[in-house]
Design a protein around this ligand. Structure first.
Ligand SMILES: C[S@@+](CC[C@H](N)C(=O)[O-])C[C@H]1O[C@@H](n2cnc3c(N)ncnc32)[C@H](O)[C@@H]1O
Length: 293
């Protein structure tokens, strides 16, 4: 997944104007609280990337002289003294540490909030805007799929191309009752979480083609919801272990659901298969590379 870097959010500045990221010179008559100065100094001290301090100063509309002066005050302990509440005994190291930690928590909470706003799931917001809807869904794996593939590279691209490749499912023991009558089916449809995918993409060049297609017109793993679907042959059920054949998932893939494959439900006559129709000849020999890692 591409990481969206959270922009730190400033705490309120007592008596100051809203910072304008485009302003490089310090605005006139701005007043800064000791808490704000402390926050800026600690933020600057924690900066690791080259240029991050400059970016912080610019974003806050400060001058470099501000930072230099506040750093001096910070080193001299003056900011701590100013930030302290009136009833606290002066110099109480526990109280000072408490303040420092509280500041840090505030900053981290602000960053978390911001990171949430910048999460790469904008469609959830647009889908649910203004009406009650399920904004997010949490599934718990019902089991784990074990296969010979320890790496997502070099694998068959579909279950239909994994003839003879055996694996097994270890179902959560609490769910054993749900397996009743399943042995009467020759094939199962497995729904699982493609847990090793990178960030979702809306256009991909799939393994079976050299041209780009919309993600929903492919079976590529880098989907907005990384759910995989494979039809496998059921070989045997022993307790909560299901032996299967035709696996195209990496070892350890979390299983979300099992459904019996029923041709009357799941097969369609005269189905059109879009761009796949010209490329199915590649299926048997195609092996995955790391384009979706
Ligand atoms: C093209 S996807 C198709 C998956 C499924 N048959 C479907 O159509 O939804 C199969 C490929 O996804 C990759 N893959 C398998 N298991 C994965 C996992 N747990 N996380 C991420 N990628 C996985 C492997 O490269 C595999 O060849």
């Amino acid at each position: 997944m591409t990481e969206s870097r959270a922009k730190p959010v400033s705490p309120p500045q007592v008596g100051s104007a809203t910072p304008d990221p485009g302003v490089h010179e310090p605005p006139r008559r701005r007043r800064f609280s000791a808490l704000y100065k402390t926050w800026i100094v600690e933020e600057a001290n924690a900066a690791r990337d080259p240029g991050a301090v400059g970016a912080l100063v610019r974003r806050e509309g400060l001058g470099s002289s501000h930072l230099a002066a506040w750093r001096r005050q910070y080193r001299a302990g003056a900011l701590e003294a100013l930030s302290r509440g009136s009833g606290r005994p002066p110099g109480n190291p526990l109280a000072v540490e408490n303040d420092r930690l509280r500041n840090r928590v505030t900053r981290l909470e602000a960053r978390l909030k911001q990171a949430g706003r910048e999460s790469p799931t904008p469609w959830t917001t647009s889908l649910t805007a203004g009406r009650p809807a399920v904004a997010s869904v949490t599934f718990r794996p019902i089991g784990v799929i074990r296969t010979p593939f320890t790496d997502i590279k070099g694998m068959p691209v579909q279950a239909a191309a994994a003839n003879g490749v055996e694996g097994w499912i270890d179902l959560a023991p609490e769910l054993v009752e749900g397996l009743r009558d399943l042995e009467e089916f020759s094939h199962l449809m497995l729904l699982y979480h493609l847990h090793q995918t990178s960030a979702a993409r809306l256009t991909v060049i799939p393994f079976l083609d050299d041209r780009p297609h919309g993600i929903f017109a492919t079976r590529s793993p880098v989907r907005p919801n990384s759910i995989g679907l494979s039809t496998v042959r059921l070989l045997a059920i022993k307790g909560t272990r299901l032996h299967v054949e035709g696996v195209d998932m990496v070892d350890g893939t979390p299983l979300l659901d099992i459904k019996p494959y029923v041709p009357a439900f799941d097969d369609r006559d005269h189905a059109r298969i879009g761009w796949f129709s010209e490329h199915l000849d590649r299926l048997a020999n195609a092996r995955t590379d790391d384009r979706f890692r």
